[in-house]
Design a protein around this ligand. Structure first.
Ligand SMILES: NC(=O)c1ccc[n+]([C@@H]2O[C@H](COP(=O)([O-])OP(=O)(O)OC[C@H]3O[C@@H](n4cnc5c(N)ncnc54)[C@H](O)[C@@H]3O)[C@@H](O)[C@H]2O)c1
Length: 468
């Protein structure tokens, strides 16, 4: 069977607008390389121009006010289910399907409100779609973010223009026609490629009503600013993290090791919820650290070509990301004890060795900033109060984990950890099927299910004068 992910190389130089692959108006393109060996994949990915963005917005408006507005909630649900089925049959990883089937179940459950006329006015509240929305996506989760955002937007009757990251655009281009095949009218979902300049055309556009953004804090800030200087479009931000995992001395150590190691090695640490800070209680620290470091060392042997089934984790997304991580690690060496790793892996490609630092200085960059690589920081602690102070001493607040067998402590610590998601005896889950998003500078808003749907609609209050 051919995977839906197989994109005809002739399409690499196209945008996907109004149900067709079309050439960009822009002569500007860029080159994509394969991170496993730095070989060139294509030199022709378009950087969409202002005309391309305008065309996409006009198509989206035509779909929103035209055929798509005639779809009932049940028909929107049927399309989302058809899309999930089609993707499942064509080998799409299961992670991306959950959001579609969940969205399909929500289309007819968006309740309005009613208040009786105790002041002479009956109030009805209906939740209306926003209109043309844009998804601006990061490199590390191109399809999960694509489908998660589209599911919520389409379930509530919006239309979507997706801009994948310039580092990983091909999957989004490959899956784009599946929406038409599943019954969505052309223009409901379109894909434009490009770098930050294309992203800012969307963020600044006066007729785009919402940007749903996932990416770095720095870009999130720019998108907020763009909204403020343009049309005050709605903005949701899913941003970075520096997720702490707190391991108490009564924890199931094997379980804590499994979650914390997987939590930093999945996607080579290029994960917003990566378990990048591990706090271990002093009484178990020597044994835990010995095992943790041993496993990170062994993991180096499992580094390789991600298309090889025997390989557990692959390279960084590209050379620039590898260099960025390498620079942060080099800078961190005087600030902490390097227990393992620290270097580039292999002569070709963009792989980084699994790396562990112990007990960094409190203001060390490796301890404060998101590294976005297979680099973890271990710190020891004595008391619950001390570890909560350290775990919360960060601008981020995306995910945390607490490992203990004491349920009372688990609940107390979960309440005290300043993050949008807390795992008890787990950390770094990628698909939680529950509200997902960050506190503090890790973001604004939530993805998934009812919480996300609310952020793709606007309440409208209708007042009925009962005395007229
Ligand atoms: N919270 C989450 O759910 C989540 C999930 C995945 C990744 N992330 C975060 O994403 C980051 C990694 O992704 P990245 O390096 O691709 O992020 P990035 O901020 O560099 O880029 C993200 C997207 O923004 C676009 N962009 C860049 N400048 C822009 C501008 N001025 N205006 C509009 N768009 C612009 C890029 O082209 C890209 O499509 C990490 O910080 C990671 O933690 C968060």
């Amino acid at each position: 069977m051919t995977s839906i992910m197989t994109l005809d190389p002739k399409r690499y130089d196209k945008l996907y607008l109004n149900g067709e692959y079309v050439a960009s108006h822009s002569p500007d393109t860029y080159t994509l390389k394969n991170p496993k060996d730095n070989s060139i994949v294509t030199t022709a990915v378009p950087i969409a121009s202002p005309e391309d963005v305008e065309t996409a917005v006009k198509n989206a408006e035509a779909a929103f006010h035209g055929p798509w507005s005639q779809f009932t909630a049940m028909q929107r649900s049927e399309c989302l289910m058809a899309l999930a089925k089609l993707l499942e049959e064509e080998l799409m990883p299961i992670l991306t399907l959950d959001s579609l089937t969940s969205g399909a179940g929500w289309t007819d459950k968006q309740k309005g409100d009613y208040s009786p006329a105790d002041d002479g006015f009956v109030k009805l509240v209906r939740h209306e779609p926003l209109g043309v929305c844009a998804a601006i996506n990061p490199f590390n989760a191109p399809l999960a973010t694509f489908f998660l955002k589209c599911a919520s937007a389409l379930a509530t009757g919006n239309v979507m223009i997706v801009k994948p990251s310039e580092k990983t655009p091909l999957g989004s281009l490959a899956v784009a026609p599946s929406f038409k095949r599943a019954g969505f009218p052309p223009g409901v979902v379109q894909v434009i490629t490009g770098d930050g300049s294309t992203g800012s055309l969307l963020a600044d556009h006066m007729r785009i009503r919402k940007v749903s953004f996932t990416g770095s804090v720095a870009t999130g800030r720019k998108i907020q600013e763009a909204s403020a200087r343009s049309n005050l479009k709605r903005v949701t931000l899913e941003l970075g993290g520096k997720s702490p995992a707190v391991v108490f001395d009564d924890a199931n150590i094997e379980n804590a090791l499994n979650w914390t190691i997987n939590g930093i090695l999945t996607r080579s640490g290029q994960l917003c919820v990566a378990a990048s800070r591990v706090y271990v209680q002093k009484s178990i620290a020597d044994e835990f650290i010995k095992q943790y470091v041993g496993r990170m060392r062994e993991a180096t042997d499992c580094l390789g070509d991600p298309q090889d089934q025997n390989i557990k984790f692959g390279p960084m997304v590209d050379e620039s990301q590898l260099l960025r991580v390498q620079q942060m690690v080099n800078k961190g060496i005087p600030d902490a004890e390097l227990l393992v790793g620290g270097g580039r892996h292999g002569d070709t490609g963009c792989s980084m060795e699994p790396t562990v630092f112990l007990n960094p200085k409190p203001d060390a960059e490796i301890y404060k900033q998101e590294i976005f690589g297979p680099v973890s920081i271990i710190k020891t602690f004595e008391t619950e109060e001390e570890v909560l102070q350290m775990a919360n001493d960060t601008d981020f607040g995306l995910m945390s984990g607490v490992f203990t067998k004491d349920i009372t402590r688990a609940l107390r610590v979960s309440a005290a950890l300043e993050s949008g998601v807390v795992g008890v005896n787990c950390v770094s889950l990628q698909s939680i099927q529950a509200p997902f998003g960050g506190k503090k500078q890790s973001g604004i808003g939530r993805e998934f299910g009812e919480y996300a749907l609310r952020l793709f609609t606007e309440p409208k209050t209708i007042l009925i004068n009962m005395g007229a």
